[in-house]
Design a protein around this ligand. Structure first.
Ligand SMILES: NC(=O)c1ccc[n+]([C@@H]2O[C@H](COP(=O)([O-])OP(=O)(O)OC[C@H]3O[C@@H](n4cnc5c(N)ncnc54)[C@H](O)[C@@H]3O)[C@@H](O)[C@H]2O)c1
Length: 344
């Protein structure tokens, strides 16, 4: 197989981001779009592909090798299952599904059909993220002792104009923290348990304005993470990396991974180590910067999807892995509401 045929379900904001990335890739052909709303007609014309009202109708006519599902989260399940049953591999946007019951079903259908479900946790496709993972998991920092991270931004008032944005489902835990939880799991390993506090003291909406997490990883490292969509700061992944052009770059570091042999400031990959082995608080510690250019993770992600379809590589994330990220994220609400540590 030299090239693969891909269809898109859901031609909204992130669906168009995938289409833009596809333009830079030669061996992936866009063959169709499914979206029931009239505005998708313009996108289908622009890309010169047929438009269908649903994934099922599309699969009656066209047999793509893979389907990108970029519908609103509550509509991830149906097109994903339809595509798998129709013989296509799936790249579904994050979070994988709206509920853990839907996740379990997707894992079962993926296993039964032998078709992969990749999930759009796109940060896994940056070299700097993979370099950090290699350093932490390869033991370069020694035994991982602790992880200390934050994502603090102030979203503008108009962001909350629509009533649905005031509900818990649109809050920063499910919208933003899920990316951080996936990143932490990918770099530091699986999470064993979570305790948390949330607050809505700034805006007073149902959704939280801030959350504080304490985590134990399965490797026994401990972690803390502070999150807010009302705290104005330069410390968020998007500002740190400049990934999102709408959020001016701050180039700060937002997570520290701390081990017995040294530490790593992330995402600039500033590695702190003693010049001689066996360093401790009595020996000088020096920093080396290992950071490089940020590539387009969406292009990397689609190239990876094509390689998985061709069978030349294993998925970097699958339905079970993404379910574990969603479970860890949902556990933050449960921990905050019950005041109890949640075991994962
Ligand atoms: N990876 C990321 O960083 C990232 C960023 C933004 C959004 N997302 C995720 O992407 C998904 C979509 O978000 P968005 O902001 O693009 O939403 P959006 O509302 O801009 O677009 C959704 C599109 O899906 C279409 N649609 C709705 N129901 C459909 C169905 N049953 N079949 C086919 N099309 C349907 C709508 O007409 C619309 O064009 C969400 O799950 C969101 O969490 C991920």
């Amino acid at each position: 197989m030299t090239s693969v045929n891909i269809a898109l379900t859901g031609a909204g904001v992130i669906g168009k981001r995938h289409l833009k990335a596809l333009q830079s890739i030669e061996n992936i052909n866009l063959v169709a779009i499914a979206d029931p709303f009239p505005q998708a007609q313009e996108t289908a014309q622009e890309y010169d592909v047929p438009l269908f009202e649903s994934t099922a109708q599309m699969l009656d006519t066209i047999r793509p090798d893979g389907v990108i599902v970029a519908t609103p989260t509550e509509h991830h399940s149906e097109p994903t299952l339809t595509a798998l049953e129709g013989g296509a591999h799936v790249l579904v946007e994050k979070p994988i599904m709206a509920t853990l019951a839907e996740c379990r079903h997707a894992v079962e259908v993926s296993d039964r059909t032998g078709k992969h479900v990749l999930v759009g946790h796109h940060r896994r496709y940056y070299d700097l993220v993979n370099k950090a993972r290699e350093m932490v998991q390869g033991g370069e920092l020694g035994q991982l002792v602790s992880v200390c991270g934050q994502w603090n931004v102030r979203k503008p008032p108009e962001y909350y104009a629509a009533d649905w944005r005031k509900k818990w489902q649109a809050g920063p835990i499910l919208t933003n923290l899920i990316h951080e939880m996936d990143l932490l799991r990918y770099i530091a390993g699986d999470i064993h348990s979570i305790s948390a506090e949330t607050s809505n003291a700034v805006l007073g909406y149902e959704k939280e304005d801030a959350a504080a997490l304490i985590m134990r990883f399965k490797n026994n490292a401990l972690g803390t993470f502070m999150l807010s969509d009302q705290g104005h700061s330069p410390w968020s992944w998007e500002q740190a990396t400049g990934e999102n052009a709408a959020m001016p770059k701050s180039a700060q570091n937002v997570i520290s991974f701390i081990g017995t042999k040294g530490s790593l400031e992330f995402p600039n990959l500033k590695a702190w180590k003693s010049e001689k082995p066996g360093g401790n608080w009595n020996t000088p510690i020096a920093a080396t910067s290992l950071g490089g250019e940020l590539q387009d993770a969406y292009i990397n992600q689609l190239n990876h999807f094509a390689a998985v379809i061709k069978g030349t590589t294993a998925p970097r994330i699958d339905a079970q892995d993404a379910t574990d990220t969603l479970r860890a994220t949902l556990a933050v609400y449960e921990a905050a509401q019950t005041g109890c540590r949640v075991m994962l």
